[in-house]
Ligand binder design. Structure first.
Ligand code: F6P
Length: 343
């Protein structure tokens, strides 16, 4: 019986467990055995595995996170780790590997396909929705719904106390969560990494809103948004093994500026990892399930070095390298729609 390995890497997100379940169920139907690899690429470096059966994946569909665990390990950082990955792939007796991840995990998968492990297929995940070649990644819809609910909740306090509340959302260098949660939550200003922040303009929008009788405002800011004349606001400068800084803090900096310039009481709320937790929405469960089934079909058809993707309403496959070529940033048509409601 041929054996398929599966790993989940990078930040966890709702929808990973539905993918694992789908890969296992479809593989067993097709006559493959499935081996779970724990904690992303770290599990391949350390030969840390979890055999997966129909019973292991029973009941995981509505659960957030990943039963396999995850890490931000980059095996390309150390030559000895890369060697271990290749050796352990053989030791585990794997025929093929399903790599479930975002830009970083799939970047490693893409490199490996031309560097000793050709039989890999990719499944795109991330709450940031910033992967090219797929219209949506699973995890995004859940994060968007959580952020929207949080904005709804902030409205009541902002209105009752006549405050401005700045809501900082995740999304790294793309403003997808900010723009869509801003539209869905009725934000009065939305600030995204794609457009530098002009504080004067933000304050003018708020002042005008107050002049027409409103006594509160909700400002949504993406963690990766930047002031016109300054760089990224970060929690710490240390880079992770893929070279990313830890973002966060722009909300606080912006709230201080707004309060100083407008004189209105301004508070900040950072949604943080709440956006990544909890049960996946039905959309993410269905998308994860469709991706998982398609990934096994790709293996069956020997279509390696490819990634499953959603384009329109169809699940298709694209070269893994296409997915990680460029960051998918917010469509300016969507930004223009959000702008109609500013102020
Ligand atoms: O990529 C998903 C994401 O949640 C980003 O939106 C955020 O910048 C980052 O991961 C946070 O990473 P960590 O959980 O490692 O702090």
């Amino acid at each position: 019986m041929e054996k398929i390995g599966i790993l989940t890497g990078g930040g966890d997100c709702p929808g990973l467990n539905p993918v694992i379940r789908a890969v296992v169920r479809k593989s067993l139907l097709e006559g493959y055995e499935v081996l779970g690899i724990k904690n992303g690429w770290k599990g391949l470096v350390e030969n840390d595995t979890l055999p997966l059966s129909v019973n292991t994946v029973s009941g995981i569909l509505p659960r957030g996170g990943t039963i396999l665990g995850t890490s931000r390990t980059n095996p390309y950082k150390k030559e000895e780790d890369l060697k271990k990955v290749k050796d352990n792939f053989k030791k585990m007796g794997l025929y093929a590997l399903v790599a479930v991840g975002g830009e970083d995990t799939l970047g490693v998968a893409s490199k490996l396909t031309s560097d000793g492990i050709p039989n890999i297929v990719g499944v795109p995940k991330t709450i940031d929705n910033d992967l090219s070649a797929t219209d949506y990644t699973f995890g995004f819809d859940t994060a968007l719904n959580v952020a929207t609910e949080c904005i709804d909740r902030l409205h009541t306090t902002a209105e009752s106390h006549h405050r401005i509340i700045v809501a900082e959302v995740m999304g790294r260098h793309a403003g997808w969560i900010a723009i869509e949660a801003g539209i869905a939550g009725g934000a009065d200003v939305v600030l995204i990494p794609e457009i530098p922040i002009d504080v004067e303009e933000v304050c003018n929008i708020i002042k005008k809103r107050h002049e027409r009788g409103k006594t509160f405002s909700i400002v949504v800011v993406a963690e990766g948004a930047q002031f016109k004349d300054k760089g990224l606001v970060t929690q710490e400068q240390k880079l992770d093994s893929f070279g990313h800084v830890r973002l966060g803090g722009i909300g606080e900096a912006l709230a201080n500026e707004i309060e100083k310039r407008t004189g209105y009481e301004t508070r900040v709320s950072v949604f943080g990892h709440i956006q990544r937790g909890g049960s996946p929405t039905a959309f993410d469960r269905v998308l994860g399930t469709r991706f998982g089934v398609k990934a096994v079909e790709l293996i069956k058809d020997k279509k390696f070095g490819r990634m499953v993707a959603l384009q329109g309403i169809k699940i298709i496959d694209v070269p893994l390298s296409d997915a990680v070529k460029a960051l998918k940033t917010v469509d300016m048509e969507l930004y223009d729609i959000a702008k109609v409601f500013f102020g």
